[in-house]
Design a protein around this ligand. Structure first.
Ligand SMILES: Cc1cc2nc3c(=O)[nH]c(=O)nc-3n(C[C@H](O)[C@H](O)[C@H](O)COP(=O)(O)OP(=O)(O)OC[C@H]3O[C@@H](n4cnc5c(N)ncnc54)[C@H](O)[C@@H]3O)c2cc1C
Length: 307
């Protein structure tokens, strides 16, 4: 399909200013880096999201589903496809008894705070993770002994044939930072979670404590995407990086955070290329020092300089 025809199809599905062209992805990633996406669309509800997915799939063009951009690195030369931003408008949340239903783009922190207000416990662990519900289910995000797999009861997804269906939590094949949605690249539309009744003040206090703990240990004052690497079995990525003497190692504007060696941070003027080069340097030096292969947790999309 021709570019112009494709574009007018996007405008037909989305209304007004929710279709953008040449959108700087540095404004949509917590690394604050990345070139332009050819198209950037913000569906206002789940039906438009579903129509967009059907349409783009049918044109056989590239697309990428964006949550809050807190676990991605976008190449400096940008992305030749359509980014579908779920977190812009598709973020309704409802609570009924102990059950929380959230559209994929709802912020994890937001949902955790709403749960606390409703005196529901079980989601405190997620309060400081700066992602969306959809991104958190996709990644099976976790912290402080909790992870999404423990609270998710069902997930509305679109399968490869375009059918919208509901998968039970037990069908999500959750594992460490993995899910069936990630393995099979299934768009997540909405998520249902179940929590337990608790004491509001205790829940809020736990959220506050975890926030303090995070700020103490993590370089939250710099842009990053959290832990850069997955935890290798039997090791901690941060400890390996520290033992390899790489704390503070800098390439361009990218740096191995001296505060938390598992984080690569943007000192202010990093490019995605700097970050990628630093990731590769850290991987090489940890492999050479300890024979351990570090695997990035962050997802890379788009075109990098060397390509
Ligand atoms: C300071 C900081 C601290 C962090 N701490 C933690 C932590 O403690 N624990 C942890 O697990 N992570 C942590 N992270 C990483 C990150 O926040 C999580 O991985 C989060 O779940 C990513 O969600 P997101 O919405 O930002 O996803 P994005 O970064 O937008 O996307 C990540 C992946 O999920 C996919 N995706 C997003 N939404 C959907 C959807 N609706 N359907 C299908 N696919 C989708 C994307 O296509 C992409 O492949 C941290 C990050 C930062 C910056």
């Amino acid at each position: 399909m021709e570019q112009a025809a494709f574009e007018s199809g996007l405008y037909e599905i989305c209304v007004g200013d929710s279709v953008r062209k040449n959108e700087p992805m540095s404004e949509h990633t917590t690394f604050r880096t990345g070139g332009n996406a050819d198209y950037f669309v913000i569906p206002s509800d789940r039906n438009i999201f579903i129509r967009l997915l059907h349409y783009i799939r049918q044109t056989e063009r590239e697309y990428f589903i964006l949550g809050k951009g807190s676990n991605i690195l976008v190449g400096d030369r940008g992305y030749r496809g359509t980014v579908i931003d779920t977190s812009g408008m598709m973020n309704n949340v409802s609570i009924e008894g102990e059950v929380i239903r959230a559209e994929a783009g709802a912020g994890l922190g937001n949902v955790a705070n709403l749960a606390a207000e409703a005196s529901l416990t079980g989601m405190e662990f997620a309060s400081g993770i700066p992602g969306s519900i959809g991104g958190a289910v996709f990644m099976n995000a976790g912290a402080y002994g909790g992870e999404m797999s423990q609270i998710v009861t069902s997930v509305e997804v679109m399968d490869a044939s375009g059918k919208v269906k509901s998968l039970a939590g037990s069908e999500m094949e959750f594992a460490y930072r993995a899910s069936v949605a990630q393995r099979e690249n299934l768009p997540i539309i909405a998520v249902e979670m179940i929590l337990q009744r608790g004491r509001k003040e205790t829940i809020k206090e736990r959220i506050r404590e975890l926030g303090i703990e995070r700020a103490k240990k993590q370089p939250l004052e710099f842009p990053s995407a959290g832990s850069t690497f997955k935890r290798p079995e039997g090791y901690y990525a941060g400890k390996l990086i520290s033992d390899a003497g790489l704390s503070g190692l800098t390439i361009g504007g990218a740096c191995v955070s001296p505060k938390h060696n598992g984080f690569i941070i943007n000192l202010g003027d990093a490019t995605s290329e700097d970050i990628l080069n630093l990731i590769n340097e850290v991987k090489d030096r940890v492999r050479a020092g300890f024979g351990v292969e570090l695997v990035p947790e962050i997802k890379m999309i788009g075109e990098f300089q060397g390509e």
